[in-house]
Design a protein around this ligand. Structure first.
Ligand SMILES: Nc1ncnc2c1ncn2[C@@H]1O[C@H](COP(=O)(O)OP(=O)(O)OP(=O)(O)O)[C@@H](O)[C@H]1O
Ligand SMILES: [Mg+2]
Length: 659
């Protein structure tokens, strides 16, 4: 286990990074059953302890977080700590599972618990009399399980599969998984399960809950310092990041941060004048950077110390177009099939050669082959799969242009209830063999988002080198018209209600994806139309899982609004970076509700400056943040200087006093 977990996934199979050289704690917030904060976990060593357990009958510790926030790495670190006996636990066996492997089984497969543990997970060297298994059955509390990526199992209504109660009975692996999680099998064993935010898990199963909130500014600094050994690089990157709260906001997600820093290192070494983009960087730009790095690493000669080349992005993409197209095709096929794993044949069929496998897009997977089955691969990260799938939609010159919208259609259709269980479906579905691509549609939402970015005006210069300009124009027009229509109908369909503060509108989760897409397109027309389309005087985005990177998207739309607007964003994770990105919009905000958002005094500095300048604010909500005395003084200043301000909510801050 110690050897298995020592390295962070080897991107490009060229370089391995030692986990301990790069692992940086992220913000691990403990939550109760109602998702209210119970404070932060100080260190991972304490994850298995009894602190913050809200349901002692529950058997599973549930770690949730957004895409790329570091759930898989957290489990890796946990396993590594376990192997070094540094975890607060007296377990002596540890089994690590990636949930996506459960989708590899056929619907009809039936295996025993023993097989699941010893054939599909690890192989005890010598245990002819089943001594190990018998011991585990007798002392389940001596076993630790980690299950990574519950959202990656492609089944609906997972928690309703019939449970297995006897370890001797053969059952479908998913049934075994659910039975383990519920404690029907190996009751008392310790279990840590990770999943993307929003994945439904029955609360009776959950013992305690941890939400990963990404890097705080201090973590970000530590991570930069770990990433760059040279002080000169550390300083340069910090300086460039400081110039862009939006980029910092994106970098609070470790995956995006890793890409940005990795790209910086590579492109800065190759080219003299490489700077991180300061403003308006989008997620698409981040994944374009990553692709550029992968494509250029194989093409260009090693950089000479004396002479660095001039960076030409379109040349790099043009030179790598054939390979990129092949990877994109592979990703799209996976997306359509609902699969993250590729066989060697599928890879060859898409036109990829042996040497392409070392570029960085793909990496080999060893977890799945139970007994020496042929090698399988997966894309570096699921979000990269979504990105490449979007690239395939843009590059495809054969399919009808309108096919670029297929995942949008899929996502809008997805809200209909479906029953797609396997053969043992409790509601007796006749479609037992049908598999929808992905249980959640977040992967498709990401593809849509990247599609918007790739077809944006800002990227037209690059894309025109890769696709015929006429086709590109057609696709862009189609997308724009689709987005406009769906934004209009979405806004009309939002639930409005009257309150003493005027007409309020509750925003649905899809609205956030819409905002993200609009921001990626960079289209002022659509932003303007959206801003005008919000007829209510108050929008409620509470509990919508808004993270700091989203605030640029929100600001992009709100900038175009003329009328005053109240904004309720209580219970999200916008952090100081988010508040900084909203700066231009404060001039029209009558209600500013940012309670429970991990804000510190630096947010209050921005608020004090802007709210006192414009004096339109009426309600200010800031409870449950990290504001100290200095911030409290600034709030007092806002109260003094803003005559319309009638409500201020400010308790449970570090200052612990009521204003
Ligand atoms: N705590 C951390 N310290 C250093 N790097 C990290 C950390 N967490 C994540 N990373 C970097 O971000 C990448 C993505 O993280 P990870 O795969 O764990 O995300 P995830 O939350 O599991 O995403 P998904 O929901 O898509 O599975 C890692 O490969 C690693 O490079
Ligand atoms: Mg993961």
């Amino acid at each position: 286990m110690s050897r298995d977990t020592s390295f962070i996934m080897s991107y490009g199979q060229r370089e391995e990074t030692r986990l301990e050289d790069l692992y940086t704690d992220t913000q691990m917030e403990l939550l109760n059953d109602c998702n209210e904060s119970l404070g932060f976990l100080e260190s991972l060593e304490q994850l298995l302890g009894d602190h913050a357990v809200f349901n002692p009958q529950g058997e599973t510790i549930y770690v949730m977080g957004d895409a790329g926030v570091g759930k898989s790495i957290l489990l890796q670190k946990l396993q590594n700590l376990w192997s070094k006996k540094e975890l607060q636990t007296d377990t002596i066996f540890c089994f690590k599972f990636r949930c996506r492997m459960f989708s590899v089984f056929k619907d009809t497969d039936q295996i025993s618990l023993g097989d699941l543990l010893f054939k599909y997970n690890c192989y005890p060297d010598h245990d002819p009399d089943n001594e190990v298994f018998d011991y585990i059955l007798r002392f389940p509390e001596k076993v630790l399980f980690t299950f990574d990526g519950y959202d990656e199992i492609q089944m609906h209504d997972l928690m309703n599969v019939p449970e297995v109660v006897s370890p001797e009975v053969k059952a479908h692996p998913v049934q075994l998984l659910i039975s383990l999680l519920c404690g029907k099998l190996l009751k008392g064993s310790q279990k840590v399960l990770t999943a993307r935010t929003g994945t439904e898990i029955q609360s009776r199963v959950i013992r305690k809950k941890v939400a990963l909130r990404g890097f705080s500014p201090a973590h970000l600094k530590t991570y930069i310092d770990l990433h760059f050994k040279e002080q000169e690089h550390q300083a340069l990157v910090s300086l460039q990041l400081d110039a862009s709260p939006h980029l910092c906001g994106l970098c609070s997600t470790p995956l995006f941060c890793w890409i940005v820093l990795k790209s910086f290192r590579h492109l800065h070494t190759m080219h003299d004048s490489f700077h991180l983009p300061e403003t308006c960087i989008t997620l698409t730009d981040i994944f374009l950077l990553l692709s550029e790095v992968f494509l250029s690493r194989t093409r260009s000669p090693a950089p000479s110390l004396l002479k660095k080349s001039t960076r030409c992005v379109s040349e790099t993409f043009k030179a790598g177009l054939k390979t990129l197209t092949a990877f994109a095709k592979l990703a799209l096929q996976g997306m359509e099939r609902g699969s993250f794993i590729y066989s060697q044949e599928e890879i060859t069929e898409c036109g990829l050669a042996e040497e392409d496998l070392t570029m960085g897009f793909l990496r080999p997977v060893s977890d799945y082959d139970a007994s020496g089955s042929p090698a399988t691969f997966e894309l570096l990260h699921i979000i990269l799969q979504s990105f490449l799938a979007a690239f395939a939609l843009v590059l495809d010159e054969q399919a009808a242009a309108s096919s670029i919208l297929k995942f949008f259609t899929e996502c809008s259709r997805k809200s209909e209830p479906t029953c797609l269980l396997f053969g043992f479906c409790v509601c007796g579905s006749s479609k037992s063999n049908e598999k929808m691509p992905f249980e959640t549609n977040e992967h498709l939402q990401f593809t849509n988002l990247f599609l918007c970015g790739l077809l944006s005006k800002a990227n037209a210069g690059l894309m025109e080198h890769l696709v015929s300009p006429v086709l590109l124009k057609k696709k862009r027009a189609l997308l724009k018209s689709y987005l406009s229509t769906s934004v209009k109908s979405h806004l009309i369909g939002l639930p409005h209600y009257d309150s003493e503060d005027g007409k309020k509108v509750h925003v649905l989760p899809n609205f956030l994806w819409m905002l993200r897409c609009i921001f990626e397109t960079g289209s002022k027309d659509i932003a303007l139309m959206t801003a005008k389309g919000i007829t209510a005087s108050f929008i409620k985005l509470g509990y919508c899982n808004v993270f700091s990177g989203d605030c640029a998207a929100l600001n992009f739309v709100l900038q175009h609004r003329q009328k005053l607007l109240g904004l309720d964003m209580d219970n999200n994770n916008i952090s100081d970076y988010g508040v900084k990105q909203l700066r231009p919009s404060f001039c029209k905000m009558t209600v500013v509700r940012f309670s429970v958002n991990h804000l510190s005094d630096s947010s209050i500095e921005v608020l004090a400056e802007e709210l006192c300048k414009h004096k339109v604010v009426e309600v200010l909500g800031l409870y449950n943040n990290n504001i100290t005395d200095a911030g409290a003084k600034l709030i007092a200043q806002i109260i003094e200087e803003c005559p319309k301000l009638r409500v201020v909510k400010y308790v449970s801050n570090l200052h612990q006093s009521k204003v």
